[in-house]
Design a protein around this ligand. Sequence first.
Ligand code: HEM
Length: 138
Amino acid sequence: MLTTEQIYLVKGSWEQVVPIADAAAELFYGKLFEMDASLRPLFKGDMVEQGRKLTQMISVAVDNLDRLDEIVPAVQDLGVRHADYGVKNSHYDTVGTALLWTLGQGLGDAFTDDVRKAWTDVYTLLAHTMQEAATAAA
Ligand code: HEM
């Protein structure tokens, strides 16, 4: 469960990342493949396009943080599609670590402990919803 304060922190910090989204996505995938090179072959398409899809989906989630129940079905479908892409539940930790690292790079001093915690909670919520749906569909 997210607090009003956490929602405020995530929305405010995401606004700072959106203008640099392409660069942030590039940093993110660089970090992700450095952490686990075996994930690279799962991505078949253009990585700039891929980065835009990812940031767009994060924007949808951020816009709906105060009514997350409304996007649960879309997030579940996303989780089931990810299983089809070859994504395992264990990969979500690596992606979460790369995402938080990227936010830290993009936000600098604005990436306070509270902002980090708020993003960790948002990512964990999304990841769990995706993982549970993927497991249920398997
Ligand atoms: C909160 C977590 C995540 C979000 C919001 C997210 C978002 C997305 C979106 C929006 C797409 C575009 C395709 C679609 O809508 O089905 C996508 C594709 C993909 N994602 Fe994720 N993703 C997440 C976690 C992960 C994880 C943990 C992995 C593991 C490596 C991963 C790997 C992939 C791959 C391989 C594709 C397909 C690439 C292709 O078609 O070439 N994602 N993701």
